[in-house]
Write a protein that binds this ligand. Structure first.
Ligand SMILES: [Zn+2]
Length: 63
C-alpha cells in the first residue's frame, strides 16, 4: 500500500489510516499515510477542513 499523499511505500513507516463514512454510516473513502505529517499536508492540500466545525464549539458564531 502507498501513502495517499506522497505515494511512498507504507511498509517502511508506522502508517496512519483514515476512514471516512457518510451520515448513514456507509463507507465513502479511506486513505493511508506515512505519518501525521503526511495526513496533515493532505488535509491542507485538499482543503478537507474548510467549512468544518464542531457543533459544540463555543466560538461558533455563524460566520
Ligand atoms: Zn507520505
Amino acid at each position: 500500500m502507498e501513502c495517499t499523499y506522497c505515494a511512498s511505500n507504507l511498509a517502511g513507516y508506522d502508517p496512519v489510516f483514515v476512514e471516512e463514512t457518510a451520515a448513514d454510516g456507509s463507507r465513502v473513502g479511506a486513505g493511508g499515510f506515512c505519518n501525521y505529517a503526511c495526513l496533515a499536508a493532505h488535509i491542507e492540500d485538499t482543503a478537507l477542513t474548510d467549512g468544518d466545525t464542531c457543533a459544540w464549539s463555543p466560538d461558533a458564531d455563524g460566520e
